[in-house]
Design a protein around this ligand. Structure first.
Ligand SMILES: NC(=O)c1ccc[n+]([C@@H]2O[C@H](COP(=O)([O-])OP(=O)(O)OC[C@H]3O[C@@H](n4cnc5c(N)ncnc54)[C@H](O)[C@@H]3O)[C@@H](O)[C@H]2O)c1
Length: 342
């Protein structure tokens, strides 16, 4: 595939809620991207998103995938449709940006990995919170060794979600969402924990609860403990039932030389030497940063920060959390290894 004039031509698959933020992300990256097409079976949805970018519309993404002009697709579908779209896009030779979760089961993960490997395309997980300035700064400081060996990571993503049975749609059913809140919003604090921990997840124990959104089939809240292979322990809290109490960290990291704390907009650290610092950041549009990173990865042939490898590790943590909650035990994180896929 030859990329024309230094810009990737992208077809959007799924033109619902989050697609709006993605379209703005393409418009914010005119030097490296062009949103060329939008596919959605609901014509109003497709047209509403396409109109902003002057893109053409398709009712079926399979027809869109036949378009040779398109270099990459951006999957913004309900969760149970991710795997098929990834496999079809890879088979058509398109690079892929995929909203979370990557897919829903170990079997689907094997299919995804096999399809990406066979096609030799790049898949990036749309893990937008990695592009928030405090996260990016924390990762840079961890890399510099500021707090030494990391011991523990905590992440939180909880908010009062005003879904009701009429507005919840496919998210209310485990067959289409893959579970409940944990595999949806809970994916964010899981990939954030993975990146801050810097190791591979090994085992998990979890408790799920449903405090308020009783009409959901899955949980509306979860608390999860994860052990990583480098010795880091991670804990996360995530909920649609309630917002966190004041002063709860969005993320924190403790290591041998000190600790870091973020409320989601600022970042501070305290070292055992007594040195302290607190940083504020100008607001950044995370989806624009994510899409810019995706485009540069394709154009420069560099690895995106999270590919299917990390997407599968995050899924592994979440599936182990569900297994642990069901069995009231520790559950191993099953890896989708080369041996499984071969
Ligand atoms: N990163 C974030 O902060 C964030 C926020 C919200 C949603 N999301 C993720 O984005 C994805 C979509 O969520 P949403 O809230 O936009 O859902 P949505 O229900 O608002 O939109 C889904 C869209 O997909 C379309 N669709 C259904 N079947 C299709 C098919 N076969 N081909 C093409 N289009 C099809 C629907 O018509 C709809 O327009 C999910 O994976 C979700 O977890 C991420």
């Amino acid at each position: 595939m030859t990329i024309k004039d230094g810009r990737i031509r992208v077809g959007l698959i799924g033109a619902g809620g989050i697609a709006g933020a993605h379209v703005k992300g393409y418009l914010a990256n005119p030097d490296t991207t062009i949103l060329t097409a939008v596919a959605d079976p609901i014509p109003e949805n497709a047209e509403r998103r396409a109109a902003l970018a002057g893109a053409r519309t398709y009712s079926s993404y399979l027809d869109m995938l036949a378009d040779e002009e398109i270099d990459a697709v951006d999957i913004c579908l309900p969760h149970h449709l991710h795997k098929d779209a990834i496999v079809a896009a890879a088979a058509a030779g398109k690079h892929i940006l995929c909203e979370k979760p990557l897919c829903l089961s170990e079997e689907e993960a094997v299919e995804v990995e096999r399809a990406i490997r066979a096609a030799g395309v790049t898949l990036m997980c749309a893990h937008n919170q990695l592009f928030s300035p405090p996260v990016a700064k924390a990762l840079e400081l961890l890399e510099s060794g500021l707090i030494g060996t990391v011991y523990e990571v905590r992440t939180t993503d909880s908010f009062f979600n005003d879904f009701n049975p009429e507005t919840m749609g496919w998210r209310a059913s485990a067959a289409t969402s893959g579970g409940g809140e944990l595999i949806d919003t809970g994916y964010h604090p899981t990939y954030l924990m993975l990146q801050l921990a810097g190791g591979a997840p090994v085992e998990v124990t979890a408790m799920l609860s449903t405090h308020r959104l009783k009409f959901m089939e899955g949980e509306d809240s979860a608390q999860v403990l994860v052990r990583f292979d480098n010795g880091v322990l991670g804990s996360l809290v995530t909920s649609w039932a309630y917002a966190s109490s004041t002063n709860t960290e969005r993320f924190s990291v403790v290591g041998e030389l000190g600790s870091m704390f973020s409320d989601g907009t600022s970042l501070s650290y305290t070292l055992r030497t007594g040195e302290k610092a607190s940083m504020e950041f100008p607001p950044v549009e995370e989806f624009a940063a994510e899409i810019g990173h995706f485009a540069r990865s394709i154009l420069n042939g560099t690895r995106p920060i999270h590919t299917e490898k990390e997407g599968i590790e995050v899924l592994g943590i979440i599936l182990a959390a569900y297994e642990s909650a069901r069995s009231h035990s520790f559950a191993p994180v099953r890896s989708v290894s080369a041996a499984t896929v071969a």
